[in-house]
Design a protein around this ligand. Sequence first.
Ligand code: FAD
Length: 468
Amino acid sequence: MAHPLHAALSEIVGPKYVADSDFAVWAYARDSSGFPARIPGIIIRPENTDQVVRIVKLANRERMPIVPRGGGTAYGRSPGDPPRTICVDLTRMRRLIDLNERNRTVTVEAGMTCSELETRLKGRGLYVHTVYGPADSVTVGGVVSGVCGGGGGRMFSSAGHNEPYVIGVKVVLPGGDVIETGARTNDQAKMFSRVPHGPDLTGLFIGHMGVFGITTEVTLQVFPLPLHERFGGVAYDHGMLDEAYETFCQLAAVEPKPFSLLGLMGPGPKGIARISDWWIVYKVHGSTEEEMEAKLRIASGIVERSVSPKERDSEAVRRLGQQILEYPHDVMPRRLGMWNLLEPLAPRDETLNIVRGILKMMEDEFAGWSGRLRSGGTAIWMHGDQNYLSFPIYHSEADAESREKAISVWKKTAELGLQLGATYCVLDKDIGDICARYFPPSYASLLRTLKRAIDPNNIMNPHLLGLP
Ligand SMILES: Cc1cc2nc3c(=O)[nH]c(=O)nc-3n(C[C@H](O)[C@H](O)[C@H](O)COP(=O)(O)OP(=O)(O)OC[C@H]3O[C@@H](n4cnc5c(N)ncnc54)[C@H](O)[C@@H]3O)c2cc1C
């Protein structure tokens, strides 16, 4: 049956950019996780902020739920209220609006992919902090509204949360008003600074998953692209996680941090481990050869003093470091299956406890599933002064039982992470529901109050973050 707003939405963007056929809506039903499909009622592809305003006003009038969509690469699609959901696909909005090299800012429309932005900046010797991947489909608006995590990879970036590099956003609120944050709280100013007149409302639109509005423009800080880079690392035997982690912490504690990326990679749970040893890998950058060499010397000094590693800074360790840090997914076998990714943020002093707890639970849960569930290993990344941990669980989509089991293991381990004191920065539907059970009542209450005030008809991405 045709969506009731098909004609009205077609008037806003033209019929070519509205679709509600099964072919179209099914293509928008999945993301990069193993969670079951959540099918929208209609897809609309606006070209500019004005069209987004008209879509939002219409949806509000008709009480139709909206789910904004960037690249669709998150880990648990927003449900909306199928089959009524209007999925607003922002990928036609991909203009570079302003690059100000003197102020070191770039403003782009939210639907531009990270790789397109990177390519356009690279030509001018600049970079922005974005994600590992899949950069060819992840959008700037999706990243800022979603994880806003650091990455590395083929693009230049550093570990850590990328929130500090967001200068400001333009957002269409659920009622159709448009606001700009940061320095644009003076309507005569350009978007040159995150510091506003009053509270930092940019933060409200970072990691909100689209529950407070649709971001249509993002301003990011740009940096000069360093000319030199080098990789290094240390390898430890399987049983030496304590020693490996001690060296990792010593490296991570150096200030100013010489590394753009630093990670400790190792086995998954016993029985399904593919990598059997622990590897510390790092990457340093420098504008000059001398700067890069000086940073490498700091790292080597610590590595030299490390206790009983298997290999220090050998060619093999450097090569693996480069492979992992440039694009870890290239190091994995191509056909591991579909993943559900568990990504806790952990305080440095509790990391080993959390890692061991999760690995033990996975090992127990995976017993009897040999070959049907696979681990992508364990990664501990320096994430500013905390650690970002990653435990991918793979299953075959052709094996429905293994998918159910993978999701159940993922849920149990996600909950264990919270009980052990971790937090999560990816609050898609499924992880958001689990995290919301751990919100203190006053926090949950403020979130509901804000949502009611900004979105009284609850049209914008309903049912996320434990909200109605
Ligand atoms: C292989 C792989 C590697 C990854 N590596 C990293 C990494 O290194 N670092 C990292 O941080 N993340 C990483 N991610 C996760 C991914 O970058 C994030 O989930 C990101 O938020 C997705 O952006 P997207 O454009 O695909 O958004 P979508 O998946 O389309 O949307 C994500 C959420 O944001 C909302 N949304 C999207 N666009 C807007 C908008 N313009 N306004 C308001 N709300 C919006 C959506 O409704 C949804 O709730 C990885 C994902 C994969 C599959």
